[in-house]
Design a protein around this ligand. Structure first.
Ligand SMILES: *[C@@H]1O[C@H](CO)[C@@H](O)[C@H](O)[C@H]1NC(C)=O
Ligand SMILES: *[C@@H]1O[C@H](CO)[C@@H](O)[C@H](O)[C@H]1NC(C)=O
Ligand SMILES: *[C@@H]1O[C@H](CO)[C@@H](O)[C@H](O)[C@H]1NC(C)=O
Ligand SMILES: *[C@@H]1O[C@H](CO)[C@@H](O)[C@H](O)[C@H]1NC(C)=O
Ligand SMILES: *[C@@H]1O[C@H](CO)[C@@H](O)[C@H](O)[C@H]1NC(C)=O
Ligand SMILES: *[C@@H]1O[C@H](CO)[C@@H](O)[C@H](O)[C@H]1NC(C)=O
Ligand SMILES: *[C@@H]1O[C@H](CO)[C@@H](O)[C@H](O)[C@H]1NC(C)=O
Length: 551
């Protein structure tokens, strides 16, 4: 009897202790978004040209997400991360939010930081927002984040932090709602790195941390200086003969260093072994001078803002000691909208209670290496541009295109020849050393085994002469598992598959809401606001557009 009571007491004590332990063990979540980074810009996908040792160190120690999809453009992607919904379900499916547009991600949406707040997280955002800012209630500190050091529009100059877009030119760098004039001349990537390190250092560990770090890199700056980078860093890449690509390498290597510094800061604070780090691009890379940039998606087809694989198959990794089966190439199919339920489950929440999202939790699938529950991906439906694409099982259907088909090709560089991949650098870089400190660094053998598996080879001698699918005139169907480079259009051979995918597309289309885009409001022009992009809608009673500016 006594024994029984004691056992019960000990058991209840045990359970409450475990409960407390679980509570405090919620992982810190560091979500790093690279802007416009291409499939072939990271070392772990097989390019030897630009070293990304810090990013690679996390990739080999965690999961290389090799069957992972994003949306093709900034605003839609960020809306998908924040809501777990396809952009057709939030009205964000067409182009981007402009600084002078009286629009934002609808306030009726509950965002990722708000879900995490319910689970006890303290949330900070550093860097780019791009989900609306014409009124303060659309800005990050009104939507679940405790602090924001960064910018509201889609890009800015990395040194003086101005953004040039229709209809004007203005400063875009803030601390919460205050304009950060004092940061003038400080390189954006460094500013965001230092702020992230500061947040990690000062974080009160009684709460788990959610740090959303959305870099400006490697998005182009303004047209007068499209790829801003410190001169000495640019010079260190003089072995890259193409000057645009050389500058791109410098911008990317600053981003890579940032990943190292953040990982190191987590280790220094003793937080790394209970952290989860996501590194993802927002969309495919702008190659070949698209947006005045020099990314590479090789050998994938297309670029940013196209629905080819080069626009939507994203470079990404997930790192965490909580992953049960790490050090591998994750073949699980995943889409950007899946992060919201996945992170909620990783944080000990229950994503099944969230209705009405498109995201499918991948936490169990990724951690245990079980099959993904995602079979379909709606890449987008944009009836204004007239393009749409969907993947169902191993088939992908594309309907219509952008830019009148002028970006429907393959663009280099491949980065496979003439350069050397330095495995030792992955061990010796700050992220590599931080991982070593907690005994999680990948071995040389693991790196050498994993990298070829993450490399896509397409057996075509010269992509630039392949024209076998003209989206201006026909639908195109690819077996994306056998033909990831979208070379062989199978639409004519598999009419039943085409019909089935059109049916699936149609059923998504029936659930779409109209794009929320509005004409630009001339009152948002920075020239009226001391040359600053502002929350101009707060200063007008109607807060909305009156006169139309055609862009
Ligand atoms: C933003 O506001 C929060 C909450 O008031 C404050 O803790 C934080 O220091 C502010 N951030 C910056 C960068 O000023
Ligand atoms: C951290 O937060 C806890 C709980 O709110 C508080 O008691 C403690 O004083 C805080 N620690 C620091 C160093 O601010
Ligand atoms: C250099 O790279 C840019 C950007 O990718 C590209 O547009 C350009 O054609 C390249 N120049 C040469 C000479 O290859
Ligand atoms: C897939 O979904 C089923 C049904 O909801 C569930 O039982 C299963 O655990 C899921 N698999 C993974 C890997 O999440
Ligand atoms: C689009 O491309 C087609 C074929 O390449 C060409 O005939 C047509 O003039 C182009 N249309 C526009 C608006 O540029
Ligand atoms: C790609 O080619 C390389 C070099 O031939 C090879 O080692 C690797 O296994 C291939 N990757 C895949 C996924 O087939
Ligand atoms: C979606 O539906 C609208 C009408 O509701 C139609 O105009 C449009 O063409 C459809 N888009 C696609 C890609 O089927």
């Amino acid at each position: 009897m006594i024994l029984l009571r004691d056992t019960a007491w000990i058991l209840s004590l045990f359970y409450s202790v475990t409960l407390i332990a679980c509570e405090t063990r919620k992982p810190n979540i560091i979500f790093i978004v690279a802007d416009d980074l291409g499939w072939n810009d990271v070392g772990f996908h097989g390019s030897n040209q630009i070293p990304t040792p810090n990013i690679d160190a996390l990739a080999y120690s965690g999961l290389i997400l090799n069957n992972y999809y994003v949306t093709a453009l900034c605003t839609p992607s960020r809306s998908a991360i924040m809501t777990g919904k396809y952009p057709i379900h939030t009205g964000m499916q067409h182009m981007i939010v402009y600084g002078a547009e009286a629009r934002g991600l609808p306030l009726t949406e509950k965002l990722l930081p708000q879900y995490l707040q319910d689970l006890g997280y303290e949330n900070h955002i550093v860097g780019k927002w791009h989900l609306g800012s014409y009124k303060r209630e659309y800005t990050p500190t009104f939507r679940g984040f405790k602090s924001h050091l960064g910018y509201w529009t889609g890009h800015h100059d990395y040194n003086e932090h101005t953004a040039m877009e229709t209809p004007g030119w203005g400063l875009d760098m803030r601390r919460n709602l205050s304009i950060a004039y004092d940061l003038h001349g400080k390189y954006s990537t460094d500013v965001f790195t230092e702020e992230s390190v500061r947040i990690i250092k000062n974080h009160n560990i009684s709460k788990p941390l959610f740090l959303y770090l959305a870099h400006a890199a490697v998005h182009s700056g303004n047209p007068y200086n499209p790829l801003p980078a410190p001169d000495d860093v640019v010079k260190s890449f003089s072995f890259i003969k193409n000057y645009s690509r050389q500058r791109f390498a410098a911008v990317l290597s600053k981003l890579d260093q940032s990943v190292g510094a953040v990982t190191q800061a987590l280790a220094d604070r003793g937080l790394l072994s209970n952290s989860l780090i996501v590194f993802t691009t927002d969309n495919g890379g702008p190659a070949n001078n698209f947006n005045l940039n020099a990314a590479s998606n090789f050998p994938l087809k297309g670029v940013k803002n196209t629905l080819w694989e080069g626009g939507v198959r994203g470079s990404a990794l997930l790192w965490s000691p909580l992953i049960r089966k790490p050090n591998r190439i994750a073949k699980q199919r995943m889409h950007l909208v899946d992060w919201l339920p996945t992170l909620i489950d990783a944080a000990g929440g229950d994503s099944r209670q969230i209705m009405d999202i498109d995201g499918v939790t991948q936490w169990k699938a990724l951690s245990n290496n079980e099959p993904s529950n995602r079979t379909e991906i709606l890449h987008n439906i944009d009836d204004i541009l007239g393009n749409a694409a969907i993947t169902v099982g191993s088939w992908k259907l594309l309907k219509g295109t952008t830019y009148n088909g002028s970006w429907d090709n393959w663009y280099g560089p491949s980065g496979r020849t003439g350069y050397h991949y330095n495995v030792q650098q992955i061990m010796d870089c700050p992220a590599g050393k931080a991982l070593l400190r907690i005994n999680k660094a990948a071995t040389v053998q693991q790196i050498l085994d994993m990298r070829p598996q993450a490399t896509i080879n397409c057996s075509i001698s010269d992509f630039s002469h392949q024209v076998n699918c003209n989206l201006l005139e026909e639908l195109c169907l690819f077996n994306i598992e056998e033909d990831p480079c979208e070379v062989n259009n199978k639409a004519k051979s598999f009419p039943d598959v085409v019909a089935h995918l059109l049916e699936r597309l149609d059923s998504y289309n029936k659930t779409a809401i109209p794009p929320g885009n509005l004409p630009l409001d001339p009152r948002g022009n920075p020239k009226y606001w001391n040359h600053v992009w502002t929350n101009f809608g707060d200063y007008f009673p109607d807060g909305g557009a009156t006169t139309v500016i055609n862009i």
